[in-house]
Design a protein around this ligand. Structure first.
Ligand code: HEM
Length: 413
């Protein structure tokens, strides 16, 4: 898409599906960050234009000032059809404070450290089972057979989704997240419909759990009160949509990128195998180096300034989360994949999980999924090799793969 006509606009917009065909063009992002503080570009997904926000301080300002920069139009660039937007606005990711705070409190407890500690033995058993299923074959399609499995099974377990429905949930999230990819959806309308179908599924799940309460997050959310009122089954359906989409697609992409980078850097993989205590630092490095969520959109509520640029009510701000992740002001040799970087510094400076009130509520769960799964893989699998050309998902929002074939050997201890 051409950006002609917008002052300071590059020839081709950064957020362009064809530019992203081989994954997010990180070199191009680095060049933009070095040259610009912020940058207007034409909007290929909806009407008008959006402002790319490239510097960490400006990203933090936008994401931490919800009164100036609202989530009310959602985190995606899309201009949603009015009837779908009205429904989505009731969901966590589209809410602004103070309403947002009250809703978010309902799920926070389920992903705090203590809850995770209780869940850990089950997660380790699931991770072992996932590797068991592929190890004797010596190869697998990593995205569907391994990467998605742990986050999917954990989320379904926590929410009380029956095993038989798991594939249906995966199909709907794939259609929703990869609505620009003809392998998953005919058009964007199909993506919107998948989102509604996920909400419908969550609503039906709520009705079942209300009739038969279980030891699940679903039952706990349904029993909770906000300002003396309980959530309706439909409200729960929206929560369900946020948790499923937020919890599954992001983690699966990160794990796929991890194996891709370990294939490119076999010495780093062997280092992890030799010293399993590096797993936390390895997870942080993958999250820094290959953040799966490309951008977060906010919408200006009135006239203000970002990065020295005037913005008006209704303008779209697009925070590029991967930009600070490779900023040389925060990371030495940022283009180098290095699992020995001190993880505390990496966590402080990357923006992989966002910032401000919507900061990822599942961050600890995400890290645990990744450390458990990567730890199990490194312990049992030698010499991972990508075979054939990986297939990237056609998306400008999530950076990841739809197919990554991997060959490997069983590790002899
Ligand atoms: C590598 C894995 C993950 C990444 C990179 C990631 C990234 C993010 C980001 C950038 C946001 C901010 C959205 C915004 O500001 O509009 C977010 C929000 C959210 N994430 Fe995650 N996430 C991950 C895993 C998870 C997991 C495992 C869960 C569930 C257990 C989860 C649930 C959510 C939810 C519900 C929100 C919305 C929070 C709110 O609006 O207040 N995420 N995530």
């Amino acid at each position: 898409m051409s950006g002609a006509g917008l002052s300071g606009c590059p020839v081709r917009s950064f957020l362009d599906l064809d530019t992203f065909a081989g994954g997010m063009p990180r070199d191009r992002l680095d060049a933009l960050r070095r040259e610009h503080r912020v940058l207007w570009e034409a909007d290929g997904f909806a009407t008008g234009r959006h402002l790319l926000v490239l510097q960490q301080a400006d990203i933090d300002h936008v994401l931490k000032s919800p009164a100036l920069f609202s989530s009310g139009e959602g985190p995606l660039l899309d201009d949603f059809p009015a009837e779908i937007l009205a429904d989505q606005r009731q969901s966590l990711t589209f809410k602004d404070p103070p309403d947002h705070r009250r809703h978010r409190a309902l799920v926070e407890g389920a992903f705090r450290t203590q809850a995770l500690e209780e869940r850990l033995p089950q997660m380790q058993a699931i991770a072992a089972e996932i590797v068991d299923r592929v190890i004797d074959r010596g190869s697998c399609e990593f995205v569907s057979e391994v990467a998605i499995q742990l986050p999917l099974r954990v989320m379904c377990m926590v929410l009380g989704v029956p095993d038989a429905d798991r594939q249906h949930i995966v199909d709907l999230t794939d259609t929703l997240i990869m609505a620009d990819d003809p392998d998953f959806a005919r058009d964007r309308a199909e993506g919107f419909m998948a989102s509604i179908a996920l909400i419908d599924y969550g609503e039906a799940l709520a009705a079942r759990e209300r009739a038969n309460p279980g030891d699940t997050l679903t039952t706990r959310i349904l029993a909770a009160e906000i300002d003396g009122e309980r959530l309706s089954d439909r409200d729960f359906g929206r929560f369900f949509n946020n948790l499923i989409v937020g919890g599954i697609e992001t983690t699966r992409n990160t794990l796929s990128w991890a194996m891709f980078e370990f294939w490119r850097h076999p010495e780093q993989y062997r280092m992890l195998q030799a010293d399993p205590s590096l797993v936390d630092a390895a997870v942080e490095e993958v999250l820094r180096y290959r953040n799966p969520v490309v951008y977060l959109r906010r919408t200006a509520t009135g006239e203000t300034e970002v990065g020295g640029e005037r913005v008006a009510a209704g303008d779209k701000l697009v925070c590029l989360l991967g930009s600070p992740n490779r900023d040389e002001r925060f990371f030495a040799e940022p283009e180098r994949f290095d699992i020995t970087r001190p993880p505390a510094n990496t966590r402080r400076h990357y923006r992989t999980f966002g910032a401000g009130p919507h900061f990822c509520v599942g961050m600890h769960q995400a890290r645990l999924n990744l450390t458990v799964m990567l730890g199990e893989i490194a312990r049992r699998i030698d010499d991972p090799q990508v075979i054939g050309a990986p297939r990237h998902a056609r998306s400008i929002f999530l950076d990841g793969f739809k197919e990554l074939n991997l060959a490997f050997k069983r590790r002899e201890h």
